[in-house]
Design a protein around this ligand. Structure first.
Ligand code: UT7
Length: 350
């Protein structure tokens, strides 16, 4: 079977920088707390009413297309990963397609949160390897700042997240460059531990006490995804039990990285660069220590951008290449963990 490769990477970060001190003006937090627990110094926020999840994706996609040396007309399939879409439906994939004048080709939206880019890469890899598509555009984009809780109640979530987009073009490869393998996992046991459950159709059904809380459905026929009760309960924000997520993440990251290396007959010494999902600098440092990786084998940019979920890996990957930290022939591992829980890795010969 033919191989596939990443032929071009791109990224986009909104101009507006929001520092930890800026956040401490609106909620009870501090630069010291945020840096000590997460490593984050600042993040970017998109411009409300002008930028959208899909429009940021377009900018990243344009850069990836240029870096791959192709044009929009060459793209034959779109995969869009986000947890902060422009609309509840349709997905952001068709909105990006419209802005890029690519009407007619397929557009697939995937919802795998922090693992979205690696899940998408796996899908693109299979399509290219089977010969179905020749230039798959994969985009991860997030507009978190629109939907965060800026009161002190939301501080454990809000200080972590930032906006941005990353993209890649996946093509057939006839050289050594290749996506060697991808490894996808999920365990829904803890689905609500890191979640944004409203608006949705659940009506509290996963939690018997929740039915009363949501009063939904509130009539025999019809209803609404958003109810008055949700507003009253201020239950329209993301929820995260941080320490539980942290514990799972530091277990699953090393597992899925080793799975990628071992299934290709490599060891940790062969690894040129690990691009972990930028969830928390402490998580990346923990993983580095457990696996015995050196500082120049692990890339981090969370200090500047916070956690950009589906965009974090392609932004970090593109920056690492741009900064000359990944060279032709290097073995690169992408690894992600996030809401679902989902976790995934990809091993790439650059
Ligand atoms: O990308 C998706 C995957 N997500 C992750 O990987 C996130 C994983 N989890 C984490 O990164 C960490 O759990 C956090 C950074 C979210 C939180 O750090 P933590 O060390 O686990 O803190 P905690 O949630 O256990 O809270 C410790 C204390 C609490 O106060 P009390 O109860 O001890 O008085 C919190 O209320 O820190 C408080 N706190 C804050 N204080 C100042 C929580 N957030 C903040 C804040 N500023 N922003």
């Amino acid at each position: 079977m033919p191989k596939s490769k990443i032929a071009g990477l791109g990224y986009y970060l909104p101009e507006k920088i929001v520092t930890n001190d800026d956040l401490s003006q609106v909620m009870d937090t501090s630069d010291e707390w945020i840096q000590e627990r997460t490593g984050i110094k600042e993040r970017r926020y998109a411009e409300k009413h002008k930028e959208t999840t899909s429009s940021m994706g377009v900018k990243a996609a344009e850069m990836a297309i240029a870096n791959a040396g192709i044009t929009n007309e060459d793209v034959d399939f779109i995969i869009f990963a986000t947890l902060s879409p422009d609309y509840y439906f349709p997905g952001s994939g068709v909105l990006l397609q419209r802005q890029m004048n690519m009407q007619g080709i397929g557009a697939l939206d995937i919802r795998n949160q922090c693992s979205g880019f690696v899940y998408g890469l796996s899908i693109a890899d299979q399509f290219v390897k089977t010969g179905m598509y020749k230039n798959v555009l994969l985009v991860g984009s997030e507009f978190h700042s629109m939907g965060l809780d800026y009161s002190t109640r939301g501080r454990n979530v809000t200080v972590i997240f930032g906006d941005g987009a990353g993209a890649a073009i996946i093509q057939p490869s006839d050289g050594d460059e290749a996506i060697l393998s991808t490894h996808l996992h999920a365990d829904g046991t803890n689905a609500e531990v890191l979640s944004y459950i409203n608006p949705g159709s659940h009506g509290g059904a996963h939690d018997p006490e929740g039915q009363e809380k949501y009063e939904y459905p509130d009539q025999e026929f019809g209803g609404a995804f958003i109810t008055q009760k949700m507003w009253e309960n201020e239950d329209l924000y993301p929820h995260m039990e941080g320490p539980t997520v942290f514990k799972f993440a530091v277990k699953k990251f090393p597992e899925v990285i080793m799975e990628a290396l071992q299934s290709n007959g490599y060891t940790i010494d062969d690894l040129g660069m690990l691009i972990p999902h930028q969830a928390n600098l402490r998580i990346s440092q923990f993983v580095q220590r457990i696996l015995g990786l050196s500082d120049d084998q692990v890339f981090s940019n969370i200090q500047k951008y916070g956690n950009t979920t589906a965009a974090s890996i392609p932004i970090a990957f593109a920056e690492a290449v741009e900064q000359g930290k990944i060279k032709k022939g290097d073995l690169v591992c992408l690894a992600a963990f996030g809401s679902g829980f989902t976790w995934a890795s990809a091993l790439i010969r650059w």
